[in-house]
Design a protein around this ligand. Structure first.
Ligand SMILES: [Zn+2]
Length: 400
């Protein structure tokens, strides 16, 4: 059945018609189109049964959670969907954050329920829909060494002897020592360091990516400690269709662009910068995964599961995502469903959807479909093939 997503407006979202969230919602939802405003930051489109924004059934306006409660065989017998599926449109960087693993989440929730709202973990997968920038995981010890040596302001802040350890002992422990030094630096030292670096990056032409990210972060969060995290963490430049997986305790931040995101249902976040919100530094340093990796190693590879379907299968049970990309030369294609149901969003193209030869509805850009477990597959016929073909993403329980 066709559903409507729940739209979230946050300060960091992309405004008006530039926002992919707004573009998709205005094509699928008449009410959204009526209330659309060019100055509103349309940040997130939620698809699922999360209590803070359950999707609505398009034909009846009823909440999908009500439907699942009345017939939980539609998702294979569970009480609610194990994942939340989203589209994000980002202009202003989101806070640098980590999410606890299941065991840590249970412990944090038990000891500090005011800060850690639920006992669940929050692994996430992010697939770029446009050119997308993110920070993800720590750089290798060798790369971090080069960064900290290259800029005198950083050498001064972290300390030349501390930095040398990265070369003598290129381990995650040495990364931890340097990062702990950063996170425990007084605010005036952070401000001085950022201001010295600003002078360099205002003239710097050699590393365009680092320069742009420095300016972007410092523009929206001037003198925030998170601006200096860009020297410690990998800057990931993603093209449409490329993905990263954010495992527990891996620090990350989305900086700009539009993406698909799928995650386990949870709100547990520990922040490390680019935020005016509370930073629980002690818990952060205890939990962080300080393993150093290159930016290339952070990309998450998909596996083919059909002629035009690629599966992103993370190492957690809660969710997987299938990317469907059918070229305009193809007339028919079939999207497989799984035993726990799935949610599909169309990003490009038009198709008639059918099940066992019975016509269901027309799909177009922005259409969102909840496919209950009893439907084995959705047959697509491309009547008016788009020049760019048909693109959709499907979120499902990871029972592959
Ligand atoms: Zn996150």
């Amino acid at each position: 059945m066709e559903i409507l997503g729940s739209i979230k407006t946050y300060d960091w979202g992309t405004r008006g018609s530039q926002s992919k969230v707004a573009q998709l919602a205005s094509k699928n939802d008449e009410n959204f189109a009526k209330e659309f405003n060019e100055t509103t930051p349309y940040a997130e489109l939620w698809m699922g049964d999360h209590v803070s924004g359950p999707s609505l059934i398009k034909s009846t306006g009823e909440s999908i959670s009500k439907l699942i409660a009345s017939d939980n065989s539609s998702i294979g017998g569970a009480t609610s969907l194990p994942f939340l599926f989203k589209v994000l449109s980002i202009t202003k960087p989101l806070s640098i954050q980590v999410h606890p693993n299941k065991e840590q989440a249970e412990q944090l929730h038990a000891t500090r329920p005011d800060l850690y709202k639920d006992p669940n973990h929050k692994p996430e997968i992010t697939i770029a829909l446009t050119d997308f920038l993110a920070l993800c995981g720590f750089r290798t010890p060798a790369e971090l060494y080069n960064q900290l040596k290259k800029y005198q302001a950083l050498t001064n802040l972290i300390g030349a002897d501390t930095i040398e350890e990265l070369q003598k002992q290129p381990t995650s422990e040495s990364i931890k020592v340097c990062y702990t030094k950063l996170m425990s630096s007084p605010q005036d030292a952070i401000v001085k360091c950022i201001s010295d670096l600003s002078v360099i990056f205002n003239e710097n032409k050699e590393d365009e990516l680092l320069t742009n990210v420095f300016k972007h972060c410092n523009h929206y969060f001037p003198n925030d400690i998170g601006v200096l995290s860009i020297f410690f963490m990998n800057i990931i430049q993603m093209k449409p269709g490329q993905a990263i997986f954010l495992a527990a305790n891996v620090p990350h931040a989305y900086l700009s662009g539009d993406c698909i995101e799928c995650m386990a249902c949870s709100d547990n976040v520990i922040r490390a910068g680019l935020t005016p919100k509370f930073k629980d530094v002690e818990t952060l340093l205890e939990m962080l995964d300080f393993t150093g990796k290159t930016a290339e190693e952070k990309f998450f590879q998909s596996l083919p599961v059909g002629p035009y379907s690629e599966l992103f299968k993370p190492p957690v049970k809660d969710f997987a995502v299938v990317q469907v990309k059918v070229p305009d030369t193809v007339q028919n294609y079939c999207i497989e469903n799984r035993a726990n149901g799935s949610i599909i969003i169309v990003l490009k193209g038009n198709a008639s959807a059918a099940y066992l030869g019975r016509q269901l509805f027309e799909l177009k850009e922005g259409s969102i479909v909840f496919v209950p477990a009893c439907i084995k597959s959705v047959g697509l016929t491309f009547n008016h093939p788009d020049a760019e073909g048909f693109i959709a993403y499907q979120a499902l329980y990871n029972d592959f």
